[in-house]
Design a protein around this ligand. Structure first.
Ligand SMILES: [Zn+2]
Length: 432
């Protein structure tokens, strides 16, 4: 059997006053998702712990059965996903240029993601592309628009805080070593050098001709650089070795490509167009035909992006387009008796409030020949709560997948020196 795991990114939401306390998923017309829940086993899922708003990359990492402590950091996986080589000991940090105002010796964020012509953004980034002090090198690799990656080399570490305050009106933050006990000198050094670099960026960009011109035309200067989510390579057990499944990801974002690549899964890169329904149908058909794999991750970012608009009506519409695409799952995927279909999300993205993502659970449905069928008939955050799976957390999902693929190992059996969760493992045959 093989598993097709469909992640409807950020589909979970909050109750909204305009929907009389219901979520966009509860309000949306979703006959296909509802049908799938009615022939399957349902529950709720959280990749870590209820209430914790997860980022997509950490949630995916936990969904794939890894531990939070092993996470390499988004800066690293996004750089890798964009094809940027990051060496073993280097650190990659997400960064972007933005607008700040100098006030009482602080830099107050006034425009987090400013509009600026492509060529001008490129030139500003070029002005701050390299910095070296104390045998630590910082190199800025430009990405789209105002974004980029800092690649740090020398005695550096990723155990440092961010400088991006995200919310406008807040001061740019001093970068500090993370943790409170036994702070390694490399963390202190990395933080100190990055802080120096940020101040240099502010000075260099403030004096740049492009910003002088912007000021003259009454546009705020794009005069600083902020950083987020440092990361570096970690030694991870490949997905196939960990779960005994050959993995494939069908996804459209650099963080999924980078993460799956790091886990040794294959990746089919797809593009997002403005046709949500056709994009997802295409991915589901790719999954249907991917018979060389026993674990296929199919991803759509669209419900998450709709949530970020903070418009619950729009999110409801996007969910309805996603549901139309799910007709492929009804007509072509669950008809395969050797397929286990799992539908869930990585986190909730509330279309109200100020948070980026939120910590509520998301619905989970499993359809396959070995699952128990419960009495749920709707795929949403409330209906699924009383389903047969109950509350599922973290890597419990991967164990359930192995169980319903009929591949899980009974506790106590030891066919290999490492106690892997699947059976049979890659054991050593006795030789005569
Ligand atoms: Zn996500």
């Amino acid at each position: 059997m093989r598993c097709i795991l469909i992640i409807l990114d950020g589909i979970g939401d909050r109750g909204h006053t305009c929907f009389e306390g219901k979520t966009p998923l509860q309000m949306a017309y979703t006959p296909n998702l509802d049908y799938l829940s009615s022939v399957g086993m349902n529950g709720l899922y959280h990749s870590l712990m209820q209430g914790i708003p997860m980022s997509s990359e950490t949630a995916h990492f936990l969904i794939f059965g890894y531990e939070m402590e092993e996470f390499p950091g988004r800066g690293y996986i996004e750089a890798i996903g964009n094809g940027i080589p990051v060496q073993e000991r280097e650190v990659a940090v997400l960064c972007h240029i933005c607008c700040v105002e100098h006030k009482n010796d602080n830099l107050i964020l006034t425009w987090g993601r400013p509009e600026i012509a492509y060529e001008e953004a490129k030139e500003l980034k070029r002005a701050i592309e390299s910095f070296e002090t104390n045998k630590i090198k910082i190199h800025l690799i430009p990405a789209n628009g105002i974004d980029g990656f800092l690649i740090l080399s020398g005695e550096v570490t990723d155990t440092i805080t961010d400088s991006d305050p995200i919310y406008e009106g807040k001061a740019v933050m001093e970068i500090m070593p993370t943790g409170q006990k036994k702070i390694p000198s490399s963390s202190r050094k990395t933080s100190a050098i990055l802080n120096k670099y940020l101040i240099w960026c502010y000075q260099t960009l403030s004096n740049h001709q492009i910003n002088q011109n912007r000021l003259a035309s009454n546009f705020p200067p794009v005069n600083t650089l902020v950083t987020q989510r440092a990361g570096k390579r970690k030694n991870l057990t490949p997905f196939n070795e960990k779960w005994g499944l050959r993995g494939l990801s069908i996804s459209s974002g650099a963080i999924y490509w980078g993460l799956c690549n790091e886990l040794g899964m294959d990746v089919t890169k797809v593009k997002d167009t403005d046709n949500i329904e056709e994009d997802l149908k295409y991915r589901l058909r790719l999954a249907k035909d991917a018979h060389d794999y026993d674990f296929i991750h199919v991803h759509t970012k669209m419900p998450d992006e709709a949530g970020h608009t903070k418009n619950p009506w729009y999110k409801k519409e996007v969910i309805e387009a996603v549901d139309r695409a799910m007709s492929v799952a009804v007509d072509e995927l669950i008809t395969d008796r050797e397929a286990l279909l799992v539908i869930t999300a990585d986190h909730s993205t509330a279309s109200s409030g100020t948070m980026i993502h939120t910590g509520e659970t998301v619905p989970l449905t499993m359809v396959g020949k070995y699952v128990r069928k419960d009495s749920i008939h709707a795929f949403d955050e409330i209906s699924c709560a009383t389903g047969g799976l109950g509350m599922v957390r973290g890597k419990e999902l991967m164990h359930l997948i192995l169980n319903f693929l009929d591949r899980a190992k009974m506790q106590g059996l030891m066919d290999t020196p490492v106690d892997q969760p699947y059976y049979p493992g890659k054991y050593k045959p006795l030789r005569l």
